[in-house]
Design a protein around this ligand. Structure first.
Ligand code: LFR
Length: 485
């Protein structure tokens, strides 16, 4: 039945894809119809996204999806980045990339001015130098910001180009640092701290809401029926990924593992204690009014950047992973949450410097370096999930690792070993799955989210990794070396 077909536009830091999903009461089948590269642009004034290129990729993907006559289209991407529009709706400059360094000095100054405790009490977010609030503070006084009428986060900007309707989907809005963690509305105090007028921010909408239907031009360019709805989904990719966690119990933790590892818990309410602030945990919004209580870990970015530095692509990974598996265990370890790894470039050298500083031997070869990175990531997953449990008073019995990292057998097994808990790996395309099920849920409101999670478990069955016997004490010792939980 065509009424059960939905299209997901899912933009990641290195590629975008369009996935068509057929979702019914006992069916969930996904087909990737288009994939395109996402290459950031280095311009004189910093690192930007090629938003025009991304929009072309979206149109081409929707053309491929049009054959399936989807009932609606949903868009998700990474968080925090935005475009500014003037009063006529024209885009003012290319959106900055969150890995641009222009907020490095400004972000601590804003925290200093507002007060770290006050900021956390208001927005409940972990400190990340690139949060929208800091990006706007860095842009303060610029002609672009002064000429701006509307700010749209990237999925909202693409939805605006498709429909002509501006808005602000709330899961993504919750990553800006400008949303009040208690009221879930734009915070006048935080907007003032960022130095921007409240009128800049769009009207909030929630996953499942219809944003609009297609304007004539994008309908023509995509081949989709002009009556096709553009639906708000959990437009923050991590919120979509968490929505797709195939949990069968409430006692689960998750790691959404791609370019980033986002490790944490799904809670009914935020935890904004002083201890949560000191541990730098974030309270971002999920579907159904849930809170994603988590922390950002550098993730596979560390691996991707090593490969790029070595002039290799993903096809080299299986060979390198085999070398990593054969390299000596726990020879060297890094803090995989360290913001020093945020900017692009020179990753193997930066890891080497970190190891020298901490009096550790530098890896003998690429396999050993990869082993250092993957063991360090597993330790960061363990530390973050254990702390999340302590801070929230919750307990977990299984960890779901979703996203591209679910393909990495070493990382899955080592995460299970480090945590001393089973890891259920997959779906790899969790973000697209979450995007689709939110649209399906809006079309069939009778189905509960827990039921959909079980449907994901049966149709996209995860692979289960049990912690290997006899490994616990080695992981405890390794965690202690880094001062981790
Ligand atoms: C993951 C992600 C993270 C966010 C980072 C920057 O793709 O969305 O959740 O902290 O990218 O936006």
């Amino acid at each position: 039945d065509a009424r059960d077909v939905f299209a997901a536009v899912d933009l990641g830091a290195s590629s975008g894809r369009v996935v068509v999903g057929r979702a019914g009461l006992d069916e969930l089948a996904l087909t990737e119809v288009h994939r395109f590269a996402n290459r950031p642009l280095r311009l004189p004034d910093g690192l930007h996204w090629d938003i025009g290129g991304l929009y072309q990729g979206v149109l081409e993907g929707l053309r491929a999806a049009s054959e399936y006559a989807p009932r609606s289209v949903g868009i998700d991407s990474w968080a925090v980045d935005y475009g500014l529009l003037d009063a006529s709706g024209a885009l003012l400059g290319l959106p900055h990339h969150y890995r641009d360094s222009r907020t490095d000095a400004v972000a601590p100054a804003v925290v200093e001015r507002v007060g770290a405790a006050e900021l956390y009490a208001r927005n409940g977010l972990q400190y990340l130098s690139f949060n929208t609030i800091f990006q706007l503070a860095a842009a303060a006084g610029s002609a672009q910001l002064r000429g701006a009428d509307t700010l749209l986060l990237l999925p909202d900007l693409l939805a605006f180009w498709l429909t002509g309707v501006p808005g602000a989907e709330v899961t993504n809005a919750s990553t800006t640092g400008l949303l009040d963690v208690a009221t879930r509305r734009w915070s006048p105090e935080l907007l003032e701290a960022a130095g921007v007028p409240a009128s800049l921010m769009g009207d909030l909408c929630a996953p499942g809401d219809v944003i609009g239907t297609l304007l004539p031009a994008p309908a023509e360019h995509s081949g989709l029926d002009a009556a096709t709805a553009v639906a708000a989904v959990a437009s923050h990719d991590t919120a979509s990924a968490v929505a797709a966690v195939p949990a069968r119990t409430e006692r689960f933790g998750y790691v959404s593992c791609g370019t980033w590892s986002l490790a944490g818990l799904e809670l009914d309410a935020p935890v904004t204690s002083e201890a949560a602030r000191a541990a730098n945990f974030t309270n971002e919004l999920g579907v159904e009014g849930t809170t994603r209580f988590l922390r950002n870990i550098m993730g596979l970015w560390l691996v991707q950047e090593c490969l790029r530095d070595w002039g290799l692509d993903d096809s080299a990974l299986p060979g390198l992973l085999a070398e990593a598996a054969a390299a000596p265990p726990f020879a060297a370890l890094i803090d995989a949450g360290d913001p020093r790894y945020l900017p692009p470039g020179g990753m193997p050298a930066r890891i080497g410097a970190h190891l020298r500083e901490t009096g550790q031997p530098e890896p003998a070869d690429r396999g050993a370096l990869l082993r250092c990175v993957l063991e360090s990531l597993a330790l960061a997953h363990r530390d973050t999930l254990r702390r999340a449990c302590k801070l929230s008073g919750r307990d977990i019995e299984v960890v779901h690792l979703v996203g591209g990292g679910a393909r990495n057998e070493l990382l899955c097994q080592w995460s299970a070993d480090a945590l001393g808990l089973p890891v259920e790996a997959g779906p790899v395309e969790a973000t697209a799955v979450g995007n689709i099920i939110v649209q399906a849920r809006a079309a069939h409101p009778g189905v509960s989210h827990a039921e959909l999670r079980r449907l994901i478990h049966t149709t996209q069955r995860p692979r289960r990794y049990e912690p290997a016997a006899g490994t616990a004490s080695a992981w405890d010792a390794a965690a202690a070396r880094l001062g981790l939980e």
